[in-house]
Ligand binder design. Structure first.
Ligand code: DCP
Ligand code: MG
Ligand code: MN
Length: 331
């Protein structure tokens, strides 16, 4: 529906850039999730246009762009900047919060706590390590590397290694690298790996029969994985590195019960804006969709039993949504 025919080229990139900067400000400084979502949605709608938007009025006709954002587009077109962003750039505290939240593991609330203690820079963080948890310490240690995008070819190499190592453990393992990589992006921020196994079922999971599976996977990836941020029964968060010549990369591995695999693959493929649209569409068609399951909503409004799903396409079918290939979900 909103496919940009020219592929990756974005004729409205300058608008998208300022909208994303405003979105980050709302998330990390104002902590206004509604405004954050509104700016992100507007940026995604503009990015999907196959023509350059020439005025606020024209932008306002698009789904997801209202009065306020169309005025900003006009201001930007007329003056080449935005007073709101100029003011934010002058605001030292806003700049500090923006910087602190770039550290993996530091969210807006933690950043505000740190700022209240007078901690504003990476150097301040290094001098106050006692204020940071294990995740945040790793985020600080690898700050520069985690800001670097991961080329597609490097993720492909990592995918090949993980695939061969887990198949070595058991050939029936299935792996899907999701996130922006699966959407065909040439660069990604991190690596989101989902793994399942035919014998890893929901009821088994409740009995915790499988609590050693993920540990054995992580152990098998010993040469690749350099740090563990957190390690649960089904979720590993950590750091990997392809070789000494490569940067350190954020890697998440999730072990998903068989029945939930396709809902999880769909969810973790994103994009987040696409997920929101798909969930809304599901609701309009009488279903509730999340990263675990698809369930019909009965006349009483109570979700029923999970629908059995054996492919991503089935999820689209059930909710009457035209199938979109992962590369078409970049919104
Ligand atoms: N996701 C979501 N809502 C969120 C966070 C994540 O729906 N608030 C889903 C959609 C994302 C996927 O999880 O595509 C992976 O999250 P990432 O933050 O890793 O995002 P991407 O992989 O899309 O982008 P990046 O290249 O920045 O990692
Ligand atoms: Mg990702
Ligand atoms: Mn991720």
């Amino acid at each position: 529906k909103r496919k940009n025919p020219s592929g990756n080229e974005n004729l409205n990139k300058d608008f998208c850039d300022f909208l994303m900067e405003l979105a980050d400000y709302e998330k990390n400084v104002s902590r206004n999730i509604h405004k954050f979502n509104a700016y992100k949605k507007a940026a995604s709608v503009l990015a999907s246009q196959s023509k350059r938007i020439e005025s606020g009025e024209e932008a306002k006709k698009l789904n997801g762009i209202g009065e306020k954002i169309s005025k900003k587009i006009d201001e930007f077109l007329h003056t080449g900047k935005l007073r709101k962003l100029e003011n934010i750039h002058q605001d030292e505290n806003a700049q500090a919060l923006s910087l602190l939240t770039r550290v993996s593991g530091i969210g807006p609330v933690k950043a505000a706590d740190l700022l209240n203690m007078g901690i504003k820079t990476l150097e301040d963080l290094r001098n106050n390590k006692n204020q940071l948890n294990h995740h945040q310490l790793i985020g600080l240690k690898y700050f520069e590397d985690f800001e670097k995008k991961i080329p597609r070819s490097e993720i492909h190499e990592i995918e090949t290694i993980i695939t061969s190592e887990i198949r070595n453990l058991d050939p029936r393992y299935t792996i899907t690298i999701c996130g922006s990589y699966r959407r065909g992006k040439l660069e990604s921020g991190d690596i989101d790996a989902l793994i399942t196994h035919p014998s890893f079922k929901l009821d088994n999971e409740k009995r915790k029969d499988h609590n050693k599976l993920l540990k054995s996977i992580v152990t098998a990836l010993n040469d690749l994985i350099t740090d563990t941020i957190s390690m649960g029964d089904t979720k590993f968060m950590g750091v990997c590195r392809l070789s000494n010549e490569h940067p350190f990369r954020r890697l998440d591995i999730r072990l998903i019960p068989n029945e939930q695999y396709y809902c999880a693959v769909l969810y973790f493929t994103g994009s987040d804006v696409f997920n929101k649209e798909m969930r809304t569409h599901a609701l309009e068609n009488g279903f509730t969709l999340n990263e675990y399951s698809l369930r019909p909503i009965g006349v009483t409004g109570v979700p029923g039993e999970e629908v059995q799903i054996t492919s991503e396409e089935e999820i689209f079918d059930y909710i009457n949504y035209p199938y979109k290939k992962p590369e078409e979900r970049n919104m």
